[in-house]
Ligand binder design. Structure first.
Ligand code: VG1
Ligand code: CO
Length: 543
């Protein structure tokens, strides 16, 4: 075997964020940049000699080149086998499912998720462990530490693998299997949901549209909804993955998935609409002229879980990220199960899922998932909704309104300020931190501060502590303001403001969200001086 040991020098900026390492494509194309990070991953792991690695990505620009490099490095470093998706395509939840099914050592996912792609867009690398989930902080910290000292990486000199041809080949003594990107995932979905009931419902005239936004879910959605569930051709929109996502921003929210939004809010709108993000782990759920917030979606799936075969025996617990609304907490309380509050990022759910403390998990950022994998899973959430709709035979809107009548409504919104100068963002957060100690008990208009802190999480399974996970200001009426800085952006800083209030009275469930939250939004600006310190007079994205 022709293994080269290549001398290299560390890069200082390879610290993984909320979900892997994300940088602009030209950064990843720098000489040795990707190789350094991959070798740093391998150097941080133990006992993978002869083991299986899963590799795939969301099809964005540089996916194929990166995969060829990773395959040759995996061979040089002693992996026994790599499973790689055909054409280099594997969604994030599919990687998680495949790691688990084949008991692989781990997996590498190439994606910058919802960040735009293309030569000027973003690229990313994420490592998942043997449970199928994102590496915990202990491992990402070790990878970062290694990346700052690395002096050499190993790579096999060999011809490229044909990623489009299914089947086995070898690189040195390592086997490479190009596998169907969809099959294992589709099989898992069929084991969880009542496909017959959903198929019958679609046949009876229920109309749906699924927007894959020219990102990874295209082939998955086409197989699931059109082939297996019999929805008409054309149900899946933008179903061909493109290297630049067709120039779009593959983030399934009301702003970026506007094509689907216009369809669902237009004349002759379908009954149901859904969109997913670049790597297939996020979802947006729409009804006929109706938007379901991700926080409500989690609560509604939890409340209706026993209608779905995979969850018929009930759920053990729910978990949500700290900024996600407390709608799920109310369902958990009624069901008499635990509800966990974790920092932002799916890696914090892994332990809770592994030991069976949580069955369903969710984040306000359009992420929902369960113990079937260890990632959030966009199409899983869509199927879960379809299964509930097929059983209840009510509209999306009726189901949500019914939920609010039972549990009350958690008005919720997130305001993003993207591309803020980092110094200004850090000043804003620093100023808030300095004030935290004195806020409790203070009154602002109708609101009295109940607590104010910088969220710290102690993992109930392994005792690990994660600090400074977002500033929370809670009021005595149950409403909340949260501030945190994004850990997935690649330019400047992104400030996220999360605002929530609770309304038990059904006669007040029809207020427009920004209006319902207007006073709190204004208070957030007063407390944090957002406009003055960022220089922005309004958010860049409101969800
Ligand atoms: C964002 C979301 C977070 C999500 C993360 C990864 O992180 O807020 O909830 O887990 O993206 O999702 P941040 O640090 O930018 O707020 V994905 O679909 O981009 O992998
Ligand atoms: Co994603």
């Amino acid at each position: 075997m022709n293994i080269h040991k290549i001398a290299t020098q560390p890069f200082e900026d390879q610290k993984p964020g909320t979900s892997g390492l994300r940088k602009q494509v030209p950064v990843f194309q720098k000489r040795h940049y990707l190789e350094n990070f991959i070798q740093s991953i391998f150097d941080s792991l133990e006992g993978y000699g002869g083991a299986t690695l899963v590799v795939g990505g969301d099809g964005r620009y540089y996916n194929r080149q990166a995969i060829q490099i990773i395959l040759k490095m995996a061979a040089a470093n002693g992996f026994g086998r790599v499973l790689v998706g055909q054409g280099g395509i594997l969604s994030t939840p599919a990687v998680s499912a495949i790691i688990r099914k084949y008991q692989a050592f781990g997996g590498i996912i190439l994606s910058a998720s919802h960040n735009p792609g293309g030569p000027e867009g973003d690229f990313g690398v994420k490592y998942n462990t043997g449970n199928g989930g994102p590496a915990p902080e202990k491992i990402t910290d070790a990878i970062y530490a290694r990346s700052r000292e690395i002096e050499v990486y190993q790579i096999l000199e060999a011809a490229d693998i044909d990623l489009d041809q299914l089947g086995s080949s070898s690189l040195g003594s390592m086997a490479v299997e190009v596998i169907d990107s969809v099959a294992d995932y589709a099989e898992l979905m069929q084991s969880l949901f009542d496909f017959d009931a959903i198929r019958d419902y679609i046949r009876s005239g229920f109309r749906l549209a699924v927007d894959s936004m020219h990102a990874v879910t295209g082939p998955y959605a086409t197989q699931l909804f059109e082939t297996l569930l019999g929805a008409p051709a054309g149900t899946v929109l933008n179903g061909v993955p493109l290297e630049d996502f067709g120039g779009g921003h593959p983030d399934p929210n009301l702003v970026y998935a506007h094509e689907l939004v216009e369809l669902l809010f237009g004349d002759r709108a379908p009954d149901f609409g859904a969109a997913s993000d670049g790597d297939g782990d996020r979802n947006m759920i729409l009804g006929h002229h109706f938007f379901v917030t991700p926080s409500d979606s989690l609560a509604i799936l939890a409340a209706n879980a026993t209608l779905v075969p995979g969850y018929r025996d009930g759920i053990a617990g729910v978990a949500r990220s700290m900024p996600t609304s407390a709608a799920a907490d109310r369902v958990a309380a009624k069901l008499g199960i635990d509800c966990y509050e974790t920092p932002t990022g799916w890696k914090f759910f892994g332990n809770l899922l592994d030991v069976g403390k949580a069955t369903l998990c969710g984040e306000e950022s359009f992420g929902t998932g369960s113990n079937h994998v260890r990632e959030k899973d966009g199409l899983w959430a869509v199927l879960f909704w379809l299964n509930i709709l097929a059983v209840r035979q009510q509209s999306v809107e009726d189901i949500v309104r019914d939920h609010w009548r039972t549990y009350g409504r958690n008005y919720y919104s997130r305001h993003d300020y993207e591309g803020v100068e980092s110094d200004r963002a850090n000043t804003l957060v620093g100023n808030l931190r300095d004030r935290l100690g004195s806020l409790k008990g203070q009154t602002f208009g109708a609101y009295t501060v109940d607590y104010a802190d910088d969220f710290s999480y102690t993992d109930p399974v392994d005792g690990s502590i994660s600090q400074k996970q977002g500033i929370r200001i809670g009021f005595t009426d149950g409403s909340r303001i949260v501030f945190r800085l994004s850990g997935t952006g690649t330019q400047g800083a992104t400030l996220r403001l999360y605002v929530e209030s609770y309304e038990p009275d059904p006669s007040k469930h029809d207020i427009e969200t920004q209006t319902a939250l207007g006073d709190l939004i204004q208070l957030a600006d007063e407390l944090a001086q957002i406009k003055a310190l960022t220089g922005f007079d309004r958010p860049t994205v409101i969800t």
